[in-house]
Write a protein that binds this ligand. Structure first.
Ligand SMILES: CC(=O)SCCNC(=O)CCNC(=O)[C@H](O)C(C)(C)COP(=O)(O)OP(=O)(O)OC[C@H]1O[C@@H](n2cnc3c(N)ncnc32)[C@H](O)[C@@H]1OP(=O)(O)O
Length: 432
């Protein structure tokens, strides 16, 4: 399953960012290689300390790939030619419990060493270990949509960028029911942490936030490539009609040079849709502001909630969360189902983890999954498409229409749709 590491390449595992409170020598090599891999410059000494401490808090594990044949003056005589990191988190799969996952990040291979199988070697090494350790699912966000499907990852949540016309203030149909408080981001750390947790518990497709996100939402730093305080960031909290905290927003004024003065949403994290609409309405109600921009789910309630639905415009839409099922019974058994059905599903998986014929049987919304290679399959699909079916991102009928799911028993598509379709599409607001 795990191919040999390319000749001359050695994989080294590092498990800690700090030694005696300072970034370790291996971690400094990792940071430099990641920065180079994404065409950025390395952080300064203060920034490196912050990043190493954050990695330590999140217990980030990393793989460094070294080319043992490289010699000076090649920078790869010392620096790795590949990097790959992951840490433990949770995914909301719409079940009673959050599912333990590995979040994969910071994957880079040097341009001098690309397309020699170094990524393949790092990712299969990690996935083999994760599967052996009983981790049911791995997740990532991808720089390009063509890389990870071959490793069995499928799109499980998309995300939109939107723009809202706000010239005459908020034009929402429902009257406001809660209240908004303006709060300096630096003063809302406790509320941000609470709302991240509650949003995660309430939102299908949500992945737990890493430590970096808390600092970004509270203005401690602006971004990975600017670790200075975000001086222009503003914040607000939302309380429902009973005075219960149910959302926060951070935002920045884009400046007077814009033709239409705009507010740009940094983070919008709420426990319900009312808070989402009312925090956006709060930004629209700022005098002199013509536009509000932000990110949201593909089935955002905002255009539905507006008096003029055309005031909302999607400016971009694309894949965001990619899921890799490593353990079919554990992954499928973790979510709840709205209907009961029995379907025998054949899954093809080049890497083997999800491969086989599985009997899916749901009783009172709880699914049991049995491996039964002798059973006749009702339908057949690839592991990457199972990941897209898993949280209802696409229906079985939709996947079949795209030629990605074969129905072998009449009615199997209807059964799969009844099982997997969800009332809302999954949404992941976290970046990692
Ligand atoms: C989760 C994240 O961190 S996403 C960020 C990913 N990193 C980046 O985008 C930074 C810039 N790019 C890179 O560093 C590298 O090009 C990587 C990491 C994307 C690929 O690393 P490589 O070592 O070249 O990949 P490797 O040689 O193992 O290729 C494995 C397979 O993926 C394919 N592949 C690799 N990169 C790409 C790509 N950008 N687009 C399409 N296919 C790709 C290869 O063709 C190969 O396919 P095959 O095995 O079916 O023949």
């Amino acid at each position: 399953m795990n191919p040999a590491t390319p000749e001359g390449i050695e994989l080294e595992f590092i498990g800690s960012g700090l030694v005696d409170g300072q970034p370790s020598a291996s971690w400094l090599l990792l940071e430099r290689a990641i920065a180079r891999g994404f065409h950025e410059s390395s952080a300064d000494a203060d920034g490196r300390k912050i990043l190493a401490e954050l990695d330590e808090q999140d217990e980030v594990q990393s793989i460094l790939a070294f080319d043992r044949t490289a010699a000076a003056p090649s920078l790869h005589a010392a620096d790795p030619v590949g990097t790959y990191s992951y840490f433990a988190g949770t995914l909301n799969v719409g079940g009673p419990q959050l599912l333990e996952v590995h979040e994969i990040t910071s994957v880079t291979v040097s341009p001098t060493h690309r397309r020699r199988g170094i990524l393949r070697s790092m990712i299969t090494t990690h996935l083999d270990r994760a599967a052996a350790d009983g981790v049911p699912v791995a997740v990532l966000t991808a720089s390009e949509a063509t890389i990870y499907g071959r490793f069995g990852f499928g799109v499980a949540a998309e995300r939109c960028r939107f723009e809202l016309k706000s010239g005459q203030g908020a034009q929402f149909r429902a009257p406001a029911s809660g209240t908004v408080q303006a709060v300096a981001p630096s003063a809302m750390a406790e509320q941000v942490a609470q709302l991240y947790r509650e949003h995660h518990l309430a939102t299908l497709g949500s992945v737990s936030n890493n430590s970096f996100d808390l600092g970004r939402a509270t203005g401690r730093w602006e971004s990975y490539d600017n670790l200075k305080p975000a001086a222009k960031l503003r914040g607000a909290l939302h309380y429902d009609a009973n005075g219960t905290l149910d959302g926060f927003i951070t935002y920045t004024f884009e400046g007077w040079k814009q033709e239409e003065p705009a507010m740009s949403i940094g983070t919008l994290c709420t426990v319900n849709e009312t808070a989402r609409c009312e925090l956006v309405a709060y930004l629209c109600d700022h005098d002199l502001i013509e536009r509000v921009t932000g990110r949201g789910p593909v089935d955002d309630v905002l255009p539905t909630a507006l008096r003029n639905t055309r005031d909302y415009k999607t400016t971009a839409r694309g894949d965001h969360l990619w899921v890799r099922i490593l353990d079919v019974p554990a992954a499928l058994g973790a979510r709840s189902y709205r209907r009961d059905a029995r379907v025998v599903l054949q899954v093809d998986d080049d890497l083997g983890y999800a491969a086989g014929t599985w009997v899916l049987e749901t009783t009172a919304g709880v699914m049991s999954v049995q491996h039964a290679d002798e059973a006749a399959a009702d339908a057949r699909l690839d592991a990457r498409d199972l990941a897209t079916l898993y949280l209802g991102t696409r229906s079985a009928t939709h996947l079949a229409g795209a030629g990605l799911l074969a129905e072998h028993r009449a009615g199997a598509l209807d059964d799969l749709d009844a099982l997997f379709t969800c009332p809302r599409t999954p949404y992941c607001q976290a970046d990692f």
